[in-house]
Design a protein around this ligand. Structure first.
Ligand SMILES: Nc1ncnc2c1ncn2[C@@H]1O[C@H](COP(=O)(O)OP(=O)(O)OP(=O)(O)O)[C@@H](O)[C@H]1O
Ligand code: SF4
Ligand SMILES: [Mg+2]
Length: 381
């Protein structure tokens, strides 16, 4: 998807539509008669990012890493435990129902399950009309006319106004969900796995529909998916999550061609090569060992260290901060790919240009830099 002209033409970064800072959601675990809290599921554990107007931010990560929780936090369907969500410069982190109501017009969510997210006892007409009724909005020409226009917009027959969800296929139901989300002309749409429940052939239709609607209506998307091919197709920038944290955030090209976090590299190594000329090319697929650790007691230091082939002592004790290691590419790793030395060493080297211990540091870190494969030097095209 392309960022509209006004979002890219300015030399300065455009004002963020959504700004997330240190966002946290810990679900309490309670036990016993008194329901005392004995622990917490650290579903989202301190994430920060911006979403610019008109762009699509893709969010990927293994099942259970906190993607849906993050989506529900930024649409304020969930109350954060900590951190901040700003929409158009307003802090919405703890706004009550009444104060959130006008903002609900601007922030909408498309849900993962096209079967479970539509009330089977309501007609399509009443499902897509609901946002107008709830917000007390009277569109020009009446609600029915506007709903029929929306159904047409998402490629459904406006005549189907009086039908029930069970009379539609999965792809058509997802379109109904999209029509409902777009009813009030939102600014930000968070789509949680919008195509994962659909057949591959239908997936492309829905992805293209989202793409067309973005251009037509100037929408900004946060699209959550675990399918890396879908994410590659739709996203301008991509955030990779692991156990409640963002481990890498970069533009699509950098992330797919030269991932810097070992976890991203492992994810990317599993993506099929779309170029038919390189179809037979050997790819070094990295198989991650072990299961994702529990978000109730995430590993100390870097959360990925229990599965990372590059882990050293520091990884077990010190959490790596998310740092911008290349322009526009933020990575949280002590031994990132494609960098001769660890981030801390880079900072020291920059601060003391006259000294020469860099050779020593580079020698120390060389084995890690070389350890896995060399796809960084072999971009796909
Ligand atoms: N309401 C809740 N109460 C307690 N724990 C929850 C709740 N919702 C989510 N979790 C836990 O938080 C963690 C993150 O869940 P989440 O649904 O955000 O993951 P996800 O990345 O969307 O996974 P998937 O790809 O399977 O949809 C999981 O361990 C999950 O069990
Ligand atoms: S910090 Fe260490 S364990 Fe974590 S991803 Fe980087 S190398 Fe691997
Ligand atoms: Mg989910």
């Amino acid at each position: 998807m392309t960022i509209p002209a006004q979002a890219t033409s300015s030399p300065e970064a455009p004002e963020a539509l959504l700004r997330v800072e240190g966002l946290t959601k810990h679900f309490p675990i309670k036990k016993g008669l008194l329901q005392r809290q004995v622990g917490a599921v650290k579903a989202v554990d301190g994430i920060s990012f911006d979403v610019r107007p008109g762009e699509t931010l893709g969010v990927v990560g293994e099942s259970g890493c906190g993607k849906s929780t993050m989506g529900r936090l930024i649409t304020r369907l969930l109350e954060p435990t900590g951190g901040k969500v700003e929409f158009q410069g307003t802090d919405i982190s703890h706004l009550g129902v009444a104060k959130m109501r006008p903002l609900r017009r601007d922030i909408q969510m498309i849900f993962q399950d096209p079967y479970g997210s539509l009330n089977p006892r309501h007609t399509v007409g009443s499902i897509v009309s609901a946002p107008f009724v709830l917000q007390g909005v009277q569109p020009e020409g009446g609600v029915k006319k506007e709903v029929q226009r929306l159904l047409g917009l998402v490629g459904l027959n406006p005549e189907h106004y009086n039908r029930y969800p069970h009379e539609f296929s999965g792809g058509q139901r997802q379109r109904i969900g999209i029509a409902r989300a777009l009813a009030l002309k939102p600014k930000l749409v968070v789509a949680d796995e919008p195509v994962s429940a659909l057949d591959v052939s239908i997936q492309a239709q829905v992805v293209n529909l989202l793409d067309d609607l973005q251009e037509e209506l100037g929408l900004t998307y946060v699209i959550i998916a675990h399918d890396l091919s879908v994410i590659r197709h739709v996203s301008d920038r991509i955030a990779v999550m692991y156990l409640g944290k963002i481990v890498e955030l970069a533009d699509r090209k950098s992330l797919y061609e030269s991932p810097m976090h070992p976890y991203t590299k492992a994810l990317m190594s599993a993506v099929p090569i779309p170029d038919p000329r390189r179809r037979g090319a050997k790819t070094d697929r990295i198989l991650l060992k072990g299961d994702v650790p529990s978000p109730i007691k995430p590993p100390a230091g870097c959360r990925f260290h229990t599965r990372c082939w590059k882990a050293t002592e520091i990884c077990k004790t010190q959490e790596p901060p998310l740092l911008e290691l290349r322009p526009g590419q933020q990575v949280a790793c002590h031994h990132p790919e494609g960098v001769a030395a660890a981030p801390e060493v880079i900072e020291v080297t920059v601060a003391k240009p006259a000294e020469e211990p860099a050779a020593e540091s580079a020698a120390e870190s060389a084995p890690e830099a070389e350890a896995p494969s060399k796809d960084d030097e072999a971009p796909e095209k």
